[in-house]
Ligand binder design. Structure first.
Ligand SMILES: Nc1ncnc2c1ncn2[C@@H]1O[C@H](COP(=O)(O)OP(=O)(O)OP(=O)(O)O)[C@@H](O)[C@H]1O
Ligand SMILES: [Mg+2]
Length: 332
């Protein structure tokens, strides 16, 4: 299958995707619907790292699962190149989009050797002869920086960083187009986090990969991302180039996230000054702009009307006050 190869071409398009879960409260409670994704539009371009950030529960994993075809949207569609994801057979989909998860401890089978784990997708999909498969696994181990001697080791004989390298090798062995990384370093020791992040960046260049990178950590965004999408209550509220979004945020929520990241202190009882109030219950979505109850800029229009998306200086933003807000921030 031919997909666009020129840099900057879209490889993945998320078009007006909404996703609702039906949730029962308590054993005999009534079912209520929970809108986890609300009309999400997003495109990912060949070779870029697109970071997806937002508070816990905002819908990042649901969006990743929808992109991988593991979660069926209520409305809207996801396309990979020219192909709508839901029309691709599962095997082909998995070959083109691969996930790397947070926890390399639980994602690797403890009873299989590292060589078997990395080569398994080749065996399952019957790709190449035995000796070709072996050669591929050795080459991949080299790519991800695993010494040859761990080929016959079991996951519990490896360090956390090595385990994540093995998980990365398994994800890349089928030569995917897009890799979805859901907090791939947050379970790792701080000292190895940077190594794994740099490895992922090197692999992107060596293997021509495109990443969707889910993270809470804005220093990771700063280090990795070309573009950033900010999610709030199932909506993308701001999306643009990393430098624009981080240095000149257009949405008060992005700005608050940045403030709270800068102020994280060892004493977690100190509330972050940027974000007051709790993350709202997604079953009781606020009217108008979903961020209005926590927003210092909110006015009547924000409480009543859903913001119209607009583009300001190449950044996508959904906020009635975006123009005033970013102007003020610039001249602060
Ligand atoms: N299978 C499900 N059934 C019901 N509700 C779900 C389901 N999966 C997710 N949700 C709800 O959808 C919302 C979004 O969840 P999601 O896991 O996508 O958030 P997230 O941004 O990945 O959070 P985190 O940063 O904690 O991983 C949450 O309110 C969650 O409770
Ligand atoms: Mg998640």
């Amino acid at each position: 299958m031919e997909l666009p190869k020129t840099p900057g071409d879209r490889v993945l398009t998320v078009d007006s995707v909404s996703c609702t879960f039906s949730v029962r409260r308590g054993l005999f409670g009534k079912r209520k619907s929970l809108k986890a994704l609300d009309t999400v539009n997003l495109d990912i371009r060949k070779g870029e790292v697109l970071a997806l950030v937002g508070e816990s529960g905002c819908g990042k994993t649901t969006l990743s699962r929808t992109i991988m075809g593991l979660q069926q949207p209520d409305t809207g569609s996801v396309s990979l190149g020219q192909h709508e994801i839901s029309t691709l057979p599962a095997g082909q989909r998995a070959r083109m989009i691969q996930p790397i998860f947070q926890d390399p401890y639980s994602s690797l089978n403890p009873r299989k050797t590292i060589g078997d784990i990395i080569g398994r997708p080749l065996v399952v999909n019957r790709i190449g002869s035995k000796s070709e498969q072996l050669a591929k696994v050795h080459k991949m181990m080299e790519h991800v920086g695993l010494p040859r001697r761990v080929f016959n080791s079991y996951p519990d004989q490896l360090s956390g960083g090595q385990r994540q390298r093995a998980a990365i090798g398994r994800a890349l062995i089928m030569d995917p187009e897009i890799v979805i990384c859901d907090e791939p370093t947050s379970a790792l020791d701080v000292s190895v986090q940077a190594q794994i992040l740099n490895l992922l960046l090197d692999l992107r260049d060596e293997l021509d990969l495109t990443y969707l990178f889910v993270t809470h950590d804005l220093s990771v965004v700063q280090h990795m991302a070309d573009r950033v999408a900010v999610m709030y209550l199932g909506e993308i509220v701001e999306c643009g180039d990393r430098s624009q979004v981080l240095s000149n945020p257009k949405h008060p929520y992005t700005s608050a996230l940045l403030d709270s990241a800068l102020s994280i202190s060892p004493d977690l009882s100190v509330p972050a000054p940027g974000l007051s109030g709790e993350f709202p219950n997604p079953m009781n979505r606020p009217s108008g702009c979903p961020f209005h109850p926590r927003c210092p800029m909110a006015e009547q229009q924000c409480r009543e009307e859903v913001p119209k998306p607009e583009i300001i200086d190449t950044t996508f933003v959904k906020c009635w006050k975006a123009r005033t807000f970013s102007h003020q921030a610039k001249h602060h």
